[in-house]
Design a protein around this ligand. Sequence first.
Ligand code: UFG
Length: 327
Amino acid sequence: MRILVTGGAGYVGSHAVQLLVASGHEVTVYDNLAAGHREAVPHGELVVGDLLDRDRLAGLLAERQIEAVMHFAALAYVGESVHEPAKYYRNNVAGTLSLLEAMRTAGVGKIVFSSTCATYGVPNRVPIPEDHPQRPINPYGCTKLAIEWVLSDYSQAYGWGVASLRYFNAAGAAINGLLGEDHSPETHLIPIALEVAQGKREQIEVFGNDYSTPDGTCIRDYVHVDDLASAHLAAIQRLEPGKRIQLNLGTGQGASVQQVIETCREVTRHAIPAKHSPRRAGDPPELVASPASALAQLDWSPQHSDLKTIVESAWRWFQAHPTGYTL
Ligand code: UFG
């Protein structure tokens, strides 16, 4: 297929592009490089542009005879979204509407969209099935849920094939060592723990140790970024007119902040000093996916997502790229 990948220079997007290209698809990456990296697109074509540039997108879709879109481009800092909601609604919601209009103009009716477990808010129960109520507790999650609704309506009215894939905690780096995680600023648990191991930070803060979990720290479902990529490939292959896919992408296994830090110590053989800090606003105590529907509908199950493999892959990347993509 000829596929346009928005945000293909970002963390999850770049791993998906690598897999699409390796699987024989023709890929055009569209990314404004606000958070993405040119070096993260070693294969395929990179067009630098913004989602809000609808005419440019429509032209590109037509010129390249694009058949389907994978839409990763988004702002994704939960904390920032609370303080700057306008930026998030403009980029994520208005940006997506612009992309969808361009797709209508060009007659492209297939899209795989990066959604998130943040659309569930604080869950009533875990593991979380797809029909669990979606009540996001921050603007980031609201923008993603709004887009899920838009896509659902487009599927019904215009006969589009749409897939909303709700990631749990994307983690790790490409198993082949060529791609990794490079955020600025970095806020995620595993990269921060590894930066402590590398001596770039003195210690890691553990946000809250009084949650109602076995060791008192938050539990998350970490899923390897190459596994997320393979779920995207499986989803795009299954899209057909009028079909609507909404799936959780996780492992069904939770790990606590404490367990993650322990695994980072074991893998890196560094002490990784940690100190307890107050809870971070907006952190649900436990988020774990029920992966049953993804297995049933996509024949997908994670292959690289045990915690040790995730941390080992991330550590290899960090050691080979101590300053990220910009060497
Ligand atoms: N944490 C720490 N110390 C740190 C960083 C994180 O204790 O320095 C904790 C967090 O409080 C949380 C866990 O580690 O309990 C994981 O935090 P991350 O920031 O790595 O990931 P989140 O679970 O907060 O965020 C992820 C995605 C978001 C998505 C969210 C849904 O990065 O895009 O899941 O909850 F919205």
